[in-house]
Write a protein that binds this ligand. Structure first.
Ligand code: IVH
Length: 699
């Protein structure tokens, strides 16, 4: 069965097109169908570009788009100039200055089938009158596209794609991306040229960012593409700088380019300092193209960034010109998209989880199904709006996809196989844990349980957050013990931890004295935890690790923070209105103030130590970027990260040409080691590093 058959009357399309077929109302006239498809595509464009929260897979989106394109060709009398087929989705954000592209930023024709790739090859052959030609095979990077203008070797302007003819001027943000050169190397670049590429957030950075957002209970980014696009549109370049974006360049335009060959031009661009992927390859036949696609379909899983396909381009610029363009895309290039990994399974029930801030998260419980090598049992449903837009019923067969996402998501429902009378999934109106009526504030996607001080999972959640490694680091306590203490009535909040005695704790377990002593010792040890981590540990909404550091630097004691106004708070870098409001709300709550008072009495650090604010201990690393990999004996990874910063270095998450050192521990991945060796990165052991910072002596 071909997954690409587009004949809707043909029985072979079933599985892939369930949700597409459901919308094929046979009663619809072509005019109605065109109107329906246009509305649907506009809605999905909005979800994708504006809300950064797609509710449909790329593949299904492309299918709807192709159907509309075909209908418009068949019935041109109904094709409107406003149709979604007439524009590339716009990512314009009105907070940035809009500028016109020198050359329009076109998109590429998409295909999911090897047959269509062969047909493209044939079209090129015929278009060139049978002349011989080379194809350059490249990865299709899954980020957000950017156009960079260089004048006399200096970065002059960076603009997003926008609607293809106008985009947002994001130069200030792009200047913070370390892999984009501000000044070119060498002297053989054209005096004025444009280079285009993709801005990406590497997987490791994306995962860290989402972990941090999860802790601060901020909405997670669905995938690295949305995270990269969202970051590029931030108004504060210093936050952009801290987000670790990366960029690959893949297309040069202008007069006086060094070569008449696309591949050669990109090799030159690499010499000038651009990051050009070394995965690109010159291909001479359909067979070589197929082998290239096959290879990268699997191998892309080992890359540090997300990719969603292969781009094939005619190598000779002269031949590109000869082939020309359609109104929307070049005839000399095509994108082959990889299949998103997808499975179909049954939705058995939906659970509603209560987080430590009271946010309610709906989770789909599925009949277990294999998906990209793991068994999937649950999928995130994010919020009520997503459930509504999917029109989910219990017992539905659903499509689960694991594209760029870490948490699998439901992308479509097979409405045709729905059992009659099945129950729609309704969002709970009361807290499943304490029964309090839920509230949803304006502008928030989530429902909350407002019973902050008496809802058990919120209480336990706050204590668990407080003891976490990156917070108070009370490592001898785990969530089960916390639950036990809470259920026995021994603790009701984080301050109660400091009232526990060895006797209280030991009484819970036969021969539990040693265990109890450990717990009490590590609670006592947490009194030394620096103020900024205490601030993070308090679990104030939206105050993650980075925000806590910023707050502690600007308001070096809890009294100062308590007295800060919204206006004062928002003058701090990275602190916006939302965070400021959350901090003042927290500080205006009498229960919170009593809690802080008690923590102070128990000796918890409520002001920054002088030494914590001082600059690096010594600048021995002199700005060098260091990647940490593997496991270590003498310090934890987090301690090494802190040491790198203390000694004037920068900790970065993935190895690149700009990395100076790879701090290699035990069990590090061979891919990283390989890459570091290839790029000439200096590999240092734990002992080497400790010698560098003077922790152990030179010999
Ligand atoms: S070439 C006229 N090469 O895919 C040719 N695009 O529609 C312009 N993309 O939005 C694009 N990797 O952002 C090209 N190696 C690659 C690419 C690539 C990713 C993106 C690009 C564009 C979309 C194509």
């Amino acid at each position: 069965m071909s997954l690409r058959c587009r004949n809707v009357d043909c029985g072979c399309v079933l599985r892939q097109f369930f949700h597409y077929l459901r919308n094929m109302d046979t009663q619809q006239t072509p005019q109605e169908r065109i109107a329906w498809l246009s509305a649907e595509l506009n809605r999905h464009n909005h979800n994708y570009y504006v809300l950064n929260m797609p509710t449909i897979s790329d593949r299904d989106f492309d299918m709807l788009m192709q159907e509309l394109q075909q209908l418009e060709v068949q019935y041109p009398q109904y094709a409107s100039p406003q149709s979604p087929t007439q524009r590339v989705g716009s990512d314009i954000n009105h907070a940035f200055e809009q500028v016109e592209h020198i050359y329009p930023m076109l998109s590429l024709g998409n295909t999911y089938s090897i047959e269509e790739v062969a047909a493209f090859y044939e079209r090129v052959r015929q278009g060139l009158g049978g002349a011989s030609f080379d194809i350059v095979g490249e990865l299709k990077f899954d980020g957000t596209s950017i156009s960079l203008i260089y004048k006399d070797g200096h970065l002059q302007r960076a603009v997003t794609r926008g609607d293809g003819s106008m985009g947002d001027d994001v130069t200030r943000n792009v200047r913070t991306i370390r892999t984009i050169p501000l000044v070119l190397q060498g002297d053989d670049y054209p005096p004025f040229f444009e280079i285009r590429g993709e801005i990406l957030m590497p997987w490791s950075t994306f995962e860290k960012l989402n972990e941090e957002r999860e802790r601060a209970e901020e909405p997670l980014f669905a995938n690295p593409r949305n995270a990269a696009a969202g970051t590029l549109k931030l108004q504060n370049p210093s936050v952009v700088a801290s987000r670790g974006l990366d960029a690959y360049l893949y297309y040069m335009l202008g007069d006086g380019l060094p070569s008449g060959n696309h591949y050669e031009n990109l090799q030159k661009a690499r010499q000038w300092g651009f990051k050009v992927s070394d995965t690109m390859q010159v291909l001479h036949s359909v067979e070589e193209i197929k082998a290239f696609i096959d290879y990268w379909d699997t191998e892309r899983r080992n890359l540090p960034v997300a990719t969603d396909g292969i781009v094939l381009k005619v190598a000779s610029l002269e031949q590109q010109e000869e082939l020309g363009y359609t109104s929307k895309s070049p005839r000399w290039a095509i994108a082959y998209k990889f299949q998103a990994e997808e499975a179909v399974t049954r939705l058995n029930s939906v659970s509603f989880q209560v987080g430590r801030t009271g946010a309610i998260t709906p989770v789909a419980n599925l009949t277990p199904v294999q998906l990209s090598g793991t068994v999937v049992r649950r999928a995130s449903l994010h919020n009520e709006d997503i459930i509504r837009s999917l029109d989910l019923h219990i017992g539905d067969m659903v499509h689960v996809e694991k594209g760029g996402e870490i948490i699998p998501k439901i992308t479509a429902v097979d409405y045709d196989s729905r059992t009659q009378g099945s129950e729609p999934v309704l969002f709970v109106t009361h807290c499943p844990e304490c029964g309090t009526a839920l509230v949803r504030e304006e502008g928030e996607a989530a429902w909350f349980c407002p019973n902050v001080n008496h809802c058990p999972p919120q209480i336990k959640g706050r204590i668990e957050h407080f003891i976490a490694r990156k917070a108070m680091n009370i490592d001898s306590l785990g969530s089960e013990t916390v639950a036990l203490f809470y259920e026995r009535g021994m603790i009701n909040n984080v301050a109660d931890l400091y009232t526990l005695t060895v006797d209280d704790v030991a009484a819970l377990k036969l021969q539990g004295r040693k265990w109890a002593q450990n717990i009490i010792d590590s609670i006592a040890g947490s009194r030394q935890v620096p103020y900024h981590r205490v601030l993070f540990a308090l679990g104030i909404r939206y105050v993650g690790e980075t925000v806590a550091k910023r707050l502690a630097a600007a308001f070096p004691s809890i009294d100062k923070l308590r007295d800060a106004t919204i206006e004062e708070l928002t003058t701090v870098p990275d602190i916006g209105e939302r965070i400021a409001r959350s901090v003042t709300e927290y500080m205006n709550d009498i229960d919170n103030l009593l809690l802080i008072e008690r923590l102070l009495q128990y000796g918890v650090q409520m002001k920054a130590e002088e030494s914590a604010v001082v600059a690096p201990v010594a600048n021995v690393l002199n700005g060098a970027s260091v990647v940490i990999s593997g496991t270590f004996e003498h310090h934890s990874r987090d301690e090494y990260k802190a040491l790198i910063e203390q000694y004037g270095g920068r900790n970065v998450s993935s190895v690149s040409g700009a990395t100076q050192y790879l701090l290699a521990g035990a069990n590090m991945g061979p891919a990283k080691l390989d890459k570091a060796t290839r790029l000439g990165v200096k590999i240092i052991s734990e002992a080497d590093f400790r010698r560098m910072i003077g922790e152990i002596s030179e010999d």
